[in-house]
Design a protein around this ligand. Structure first.
Ligand code: 1CP
Length: 342
């Protein structure tokens, strides 16, 4: 096994951590903006397999990252289940909402999602042909809780209030939605793996707003079900879980779910993660994405600090969250040089 990302995911401690970056294909890159303009809009880009593969490859060509992440979005799955989805420029996603049993009943059967998602599998097939042999291809989906927060509110929310309200006021409908999303996510990721994804990542961006038992029931348990089902169908497939802002919930998350790697946001320190999370296996992430905007010596110092703190176990270098559109592409190169210079 030569791909460095796969070696780290298998538990190997490497002298230099492999690197990729959340949202590495995105608006901070002029070549991304050009291809997006060619596609027309963001969703047309996601469903245009040739162009989606092109933007996935752009950061690999420019920087030589060790992994490519499929260009798509976590909200394509709700769209495939029948939700209306559109993006308002400068504001973000909008969806038709699900707030009751009728809304739930209107969702399409899971075996119909491929009618919408086939172009995504085609993007994966193109990428598995075109990526350099040393680059690992990562597929992904949103975690059921995070996807549900968008389906219930119809947009991104700061505190996930509408989803918490439904969870408390109508647990039957809420639980049924989580179950549907869990099952659909297993099928979606399974098809990505069949198309050539070598690793899958489950993005639970809003896991941090679930506390105590609710965290276990709606973040940990679905991640466990998805991971176990994928590993049963595709023995050995590595899974990265990202229960963002889980705090103490990061402790034991890999063991409890069977995930091979836990992705860390930047609200925990790398030293804490080494002592509490990396003891169970590979960790990824942690550099605040704001350093990609501000750069300078702070970027170098913080990159070195994270590498050092996590140097005694398996580690994939990454940001704590996605790179933002105002980031300077030169700062990305500086981060990579700092990691690789050791
Ligand atoms: O070009 C544009 O204007 C669109 C910006 C954009 C991009 C580049 C969106 C809209 N999605 C994406 C791609 C994307 N989204 C990827 C591709 C692979 C990569 O390079 O990393 C991935 C993995 C995602 C995942 C995603 N989408 C998440 C989970 C990760 C995270 O950032 O927390 C979430 C919450 C979304 C929803 C979404 N899609 C887009 C936006 C702006 C948002 C966030 C909406 C909000 O503010 O709540």
């Amino acid at each position: 096994m030569t791909k460095t990302i796969l070696r780290a995911l298998a538990g190997e401690t490497l002298p230099t951590p492999p690197i990729w970056m959340m949202r590495q294909a995105g608006r901070y890159l002029p070549e991304y903006r050009a291809t997006r303009a060619q596609a027309g809009d963001f969703l047309s880009l996601c469903y245009n397999s040739e162009l989606a593969a092109e933007v996935t490859l752009q950061p690999i060509r420019r920087y030589g990252f060790d992994a490519a992440i499929l260009f798509a979005d976590i909200l394509l799955l709700p769209q495939a289940l029948g939700a209306d989805l559109w993006f308002v420029t400068g504001e973000g996603p909008r969806l038709s909402t699900i707030t009751d049993a009728d809304g739930l009943a209107r969702l399409k059967p899971i075996d119909e999602i491929d009618a919408v998602l086939n172009p995504i599998y085609e993007t994966v097939r193109i990428l598995s042909r075109e990526l350099p042999k040393e680059t690992t291809l990562i597929g992904f989906a949103g975690a059921p809780w995070t996807v549900a927060t968008y389906m219930i509110a119809g947009k991104g929310t700061k505190d996930q209030g509408p989803a918490h309200a439904l969870r408390e006021e109508n647990p039957e409908v809420f639980d049924a939605l989580i179950t549907t999303l869990t099952k659909a996510t297993i099928e979606y990721l399974s098809k990505q793996i069949e198309a050539g994804a070598e690793v899958v990542k489950i993005f639970d961006s809003w896991a941090g707003s679930l506390k105590g038992e609710a965290f276990v029931k709606y973040a940990l348990e679905p991640a466990r079900e998805i991971t176990q089902a994928l590993k049963a169908r595709h023995p050995g497939i590595p899974v990265i879980a990202f229960p963002r802002e889980a705090g103490d919930g990061y402790i034991g998350f890999a063991k409890a779910t069977g995930a091979d790697c836990v992705a860390l946001d930047n609200s925990v320190s790398a030293e804490w993660a080494a002592a509490n999370v990396q003891v169970d296996g590979c960790v990824q992430g942690n550099l605040a994405s704001s350093h990609m905007v501000t750069g300078g010596q702070d970027l170098v110092d913080e990159t070195r600090r994270i590498c050092k703190a996590l140097s005694n176990g398996p580690h994939i270098f990454n940001l704590g969250h996605g790179i933002t559109p105002d980031a300077d592409p030169d700062n990305v190169q500086r981060m990579i040089d700092t990691v690789r210079e050791g």
